[in-house]
Design a protein around this ligand. Structure first.
Ligand SMILES: NC(=O)c1ccc[n+]([C@@H]2O[C@H](COP(=O)([O-])OP(=O)(O)OC[C@H]3O[C@@H](n4cnc5c(N)ncnc54)[C@H](O)[C@@H]3O)[C@@H](O)[C@H]2O)c1
Length: 431
């Protein structure tokens, strides 16, 4: 493979590590910098601190191209493009917390030959502010906005096969250099201005979250009217203008991106004098959706005081160990507040979940979580839950209720085991 440009990646979380692995796979040497010394030590020792399918293999295969350090200096020496992938979590107000991004900006030395390439999701206007900071402090850095669209659980696949690459720049060398790095992926590359690139990311996530809240509301109406949302979504999805993706109802979206990016866009709009009415509803519907499960359980069980509820899946989605903003957190807290005992099982996220779920009994398997339960709730659609033997499970349960928060199970086999099955939005379904 031809020599490829050496790059730096600042922040080795979900996005940074996948970006580093992806560019190493394409032939670049990558200097990965993180302030978390423990994480860097683990990475140096060949350990992968997050669960992401295929990541361990690709990091191992490209170990000779990957360098891990807590020190910016060697990255600055080796690379002119520094990809920034530090966290931008929400503040109490819902604005994006840019303190990690600002720490990176402040740590940059004076240089006319480097560029920061922003992969972190930031409010529109961040690039302009950073550029002004660089200019005022005589640092001469270039700046490129290159938002990341990968999805946890399929992050490497998404990085290497993106629907599009968006590059916002001011027309200097750095935008072309970033475009050249992505060229082998054969994805559409949109070259645009920095503010528009920043907005593409926020608007895309806000739109996807809107689609989820919309189908969740349709599901709720289906439950009241006897329609089946699975059939409804199928029929809607045939329409090219709508598309079938993101029309699966559930118990609300979570994760590190949708909730924070929707509120960051809402706040950004508000701060610039525009009231983004629609996003208020998207957020509210999502919160209510997480709570609907409790109502369903009360419908089946009466009071939840002293009842044992088993949660299957804790991560915010399958194939990840990420617990940030997971619906399971809200649900477990609501069930405990209603007096229920909660047991739970997640195939991968147990370690990340344990400190967040005090009082929840963590089980070693789905069967042991289910054993003695008055009701079971499917919270995350892990594929291994499809293999549960419901006849065996029913024999160990104290009750008969199975609430499928993701329409993941085959309701017929659950019912055949003598259990009561209720999905989301399956109004015509017997329960
Ligand atoms: N996770 C996703 O699915 C996803 C997808 C697209 C975009 N994004 C965006 O990418 C950004 C990163 O998200 P993430 O999920 O990878 O975050 P993360 O929390 O997993 O990782 C952030 C990393 O940055 C490190 N860090 C913090 N401050 C630093 C500093 N000053 N110098 C060096 N390292 C520092 C942290 O130690 C951590 O390892 C966020 O803005 C997020 O919104 C995330």
């Amino acid at each position: 493979m031809a020599d490829r440009e050496t790059i730096g990646v600042i922040g080795t979380g979900y996005v940074g590590l996948v970006t580093a692995a992806g560019f190493a796979e394409l032939g670049s040497d990558v200097w990965c910098v993180d302030i978390d010394a423990d994480k860097i030590e683990r990475l140096k020792a060949g350990e992968v601190p997050i669960h992401e399918p295929g990541l361990e293999e690709i990091l191992k295969r490209n170990a000779h191209r990957l360098h891990f350090t807590t020190d910016l200096a060697p990255a600055l020496e080796a690379a002119r493009l520094l990809f920034v992938a530090v966290g931008t979590p929400p503040t109490h107000s819902g604005d994006a917390d840019l303190s990690a991004v600002n720490a990176v900006v402040d740590a940059m030395p004076a240089s006319n030959s480097h560029a920061l390439v922003m992969k972190s999701t930031v409010p529109v206007g961040t690039g302009v502010t950073v550029k002004r900071k660089f200019a005022e402090s005589g640092k001469g850095f270039s700046y490129v906005s290159c938002p990341e669209f990968l999805k946890e659980g399929s992050a490497l696949k998404d990085f290497l096969n993106p629907d599009r690459v968006v590059i916002g720049d001011d027309g200097d060398w750095a935008g072309d250099a970033v475009a050249a790095l992505y060229a082998p992926l054969n994805a559409p590359i949109q070259r645009t201005d920095i503010a528009s690139a920043e907005m593409v990311k926020l608007a895309s996530n806000a739109f996807l979250a809107t689609k989820i809240s919309f189908i969740n509301e349709i599901a709720n109406v289906c439950e009241e009217t006897g329609a089946d949302v699975v059939e409804v979504a199928k029929g809607m999805g045939y329409d090219e203008r709508i598309g079938s993706a993101f029309l699966r109802p559930g118990i609300g979206f979570g994760g590190s991106c949708f909730p924070k990016d929707v509120s960051a866009l809402k706040q950004l709009a508000g701060n610039s004098g525009y009231h983004f009415q629609l996003l208020n509803s998207v957020i509210e519907v999502n919160e209510l959706q997480k709570r609907r499960v409790v109502g369903k359980l009360e419908k089946h069980l009466g009071t939840l005081i002293g009842k044992r509820i088993a949660l299957l899946g804790l991560a915010f989605k399958p194939d990840t160990d990420d617990m940030r903003e997971a619906s399971s957190l809200v649900l477990a807290a609501r069930l405990q507040a209603a007096g229920a005992e909660v047991s739970a099982f997640d195939p991968i996220a147990e370690e990340a979940a344990r400190p967040l779920l005090s009082g929840v009994e963590m089980a070693e398997s789905s069967m042991s979580a289910i054993s003695g339960a008055d009701a079971v709730v499917v919270v995350t659609e892990w594929s291994e839950f499809l293999d549960i033997d419901w006849v065996a499970a029913a024999a160990t349960m104290n009750g008969v209720t199975v609430i499928d928060g993701r329409n993941h199970l085959d309701g017929g086999s659950v019912r055949a085991a003598g259990l009561t099955y209720e999905g989301v939005g399956r109004g015509g379904d017997p329960s």
